[in-house]
Design a binder for this molecule. Structure first.
Ligand code: HEM
Ligand code: HEM
Length: 213
């Protein structure tokens, strides 16, 4: 067996001469960065979860109703896609109350470095518009459906009860136009919101997006 004497090898003796890892400046820097990342202000856990769950449900609501357009009329698949659209949309509505409650309880963490005033204002207005959309769009959809005499059906033969006295197809048509137009407008608003999140992250390099992850 070969015994290695620490002092004999210059490389080994250099290593032995190094200060302990904890005392090295780069290790200290690394530790500070880790601590800073852990202490980084973020949205509270329920706010983050409800945001991403909400995103998935809105995306699914759009996806199912768009897919419906490619499926021949009168087929069971087309009817199923419509029902999935209703379920996803109603899910959005269901999540809204706990989401607003969580947001009111936990508040918004500050952005570092602080963005310009106009940018913060634009963000706030966009968020307000998004919250209104999450409330109004599913309600409008429900009104359209029930005015048209349709229903939301769940597995096991369950159906959502109708909240309206009697169908009114003409009114259903008018509300449907509003529901569709709002849906189109919010493709753009959601697009702007996503673009802003990415811009903050990659161009202005602040922590806006990290606070939501
Ligand atoms: C965030 C939620 C929702 C979004 C983003 C949304 C979006 C849309 C969009 C974009 C369309 C138009 C599709 C097209 O151009 O043909 C549509 C149609 C429709 N939506 Fe929604 N919707 C939502 C929730 C709901 C809910 C909760 C209901 C009912 C329970 C509903 C009922 C309908 C109905 C009945 C139509 C017409 C479907 C057809 O053409 O037969 N929507 N929705
Ligand atoms: C259906 C799509 C989406 C909707 C409806 C939506 C809605 C919202 C709402 C209402 C807020 C405000 C939160 C608060 O109360 O302060 C918010 C914040 C945020 N969202 Fe979304 N979001 C969507 C998709 C996305 C996506 C895909 C991203 C990332 C690429 C994203 C990134 C963010 C970020 C970073 C914030 C924090 C912004 C800030 O505090 O200034 N969102 N979102």
């Amino acid at each position: 067996m070969i015994a290695v004497k620490a002092g004999a090898d210059p490389a080994l003796s250099a290593d032995a001469a190094r200060p302990p890892r904890a005392a090295r400046p780069e290790a200290k820097e690394h530790r500070m960065a880790t601590l800073a990342a852990a202490a980084r202000p973020r949205y509270a856990v329920p706010v983050r979860w409800l945001h991403w769950l909400g995103f998935i449900l809105v995306a699914l609501a759009y996806l199912f109703i768009e897919l419906k357009g490619y499926v021949p009329k009168g087929t069971p698949l087309r009817e199923a896609l419509k029902q999935y659209h209703f379920w996803a949309g109603l899910g959005v509505l269901l999540l809204l109350l706990p989401r607003v409650w969580a947001r009111a309880r936990h508040g918004t963490p500050p952005i570092t470095p602080t963005p310009a005033g106009w940018m913060e204002l634009l963000g706030r207005l966009t968020h307000l518009a998004l919250y209104l959309f999450l409330l109004v769009q599913p309600l409008l959809g429900l009104v359209v459906l029930q005015l048209d005499g349709g229903s939301v059906n769940f597995p096991g033969g369950l159906a959502l009860p109708s909240f309206l006295a009697a169908p009114n197809h003409e009114l259903a048509h008018d509300f449907e136009e509003i529901h569709e137009t709002l849906g189109e407008i919010f493709y753009w608003v959601i697009g702007l919101h996503i673009a802003a999140a990415l811009w903050h992250h990659f161009v202005s390099r602040d922590d806006t997006l990290k606070r939501m992850l």
